[in-house]
Design a protein around this ligand. Structure first.
Ligand code: ADP
Ligand code: MG
Length: 245
């Protein structure tokens, strides 16, 4: 028996080739675990399959082989227990900043009173430094502010697993640095279990308790652990890689 909160076992993903060619194997045999309350970053070259893994964890895509088990239950399809933050905010453009958050909080806890929903949502907006813009529409916010709203919304709904796919990829370096700090602050408050993709090694070292390195090649697997520079305690690097890489 395994004991991780999230258990990824022997995951493979193949895409059928157009026409009669061989299927594209993005990765095979990828196995790793995520513990409750852990902030895990996954890094790797563009195209190695990070988003594909994240989408499978989210239940938005299906594995060709293998399973994802969360809290003892196999992941099959999307669920409010898993929140996702993508690079391009995905806020509802016709709703105010606050409504974007209360809408999600209400869906998560349908029996909460209106006051409780608003109070809870405002607390998370404050945690990302966005008090004062509650009534603005997303189009009246900067890119960085929109991404902070997305992060506040995701944390406010307290999913059992929060998945983030390059959430700062579209932001300039200065804005990214500021939001990284907001993210650390909100994480220190909630100790949310996070699985985050980044292509920025420094970002992974800054944010993660543990880093998964995914290398190119179809035989992805957790092969070894390597210690890296440690700005936060308990950090180590697991390498998922091709033996020949
Ligand atoms: P990453 O996020 O690490 O940059 P992706 O997971 O997006 O990589 O993609 C991994 C590989 O799978 C890439 O080679 C990509 O072209 C391929 N791929 C992704 N989605 C599809 C799809 N729907 N059909 C065919 N190939 C795909
Ligand atoms: Mg990607």
């Amino acid at each position: 028996m395994t004991s991780h909160f999230v258990e990824v076992e022997g995951l493979a993903k193949r895409f059928p080739a157009p026409g009669k060619g061989e299927a594209l194997t993005v990765f095979e045999n990828a196995s790793f675990g995520i513990d409750k309350g852990e902030f895990v970053c996954i890094i790797g070259h563009s195209g190695c399959g990070k988003s594909t893994i994240l989408n499978i964890l989210a239940g938005l895509d299906q594995a060709s082989e293998g399973v994802v088990v969360m809290n003892g239950k196999e992941v099959a399809g999307p669920s409010l227990e898993r929140g996702v933050v993508f690079q391009n905010y995905s806020l509802l453009p016709w709703r105010s900043t606050l409504r974007n958050i209360t809408f999600a909080v209400q869906a998560r806890w349908p029996r909460w009173s209106r006051d409780k929903v608003i109070e809870h949502s405002l607390r998370f907006l404050e945690l990302v430094g966005l008090q004062g813009v509650e009534q603005r529409k997303p189009s009246q916010l900067s890119g960085g502010m929109r991404q902070r709203v997305s992060i506040a919304r995701a944390f406010a709904t307290q999913p059992q697993l929060l998945l983030m796919d390059e959430p700062f990829g579209a932001l300039d370096a200065l804005t990214r640095g500021m939001i990284q700090e907001e993210l650390i602050r909100i994480w220190e408050e909630t100790h949310q279990t996070v699985f985050m993709i980044t292509h920025d090694v420094d970002e992974a070292i800054l944010l993660a308790d543990r880093i998964l390195l995914m290398t190119n090649g179809p035989q992805a697997r957790v092969a070894e652990s390597v210690q890296v520079a440690i700005p936060r305690p308990r950090q180590r690097t697991d390498i998922i890689h091709h033996p020949d890489y």
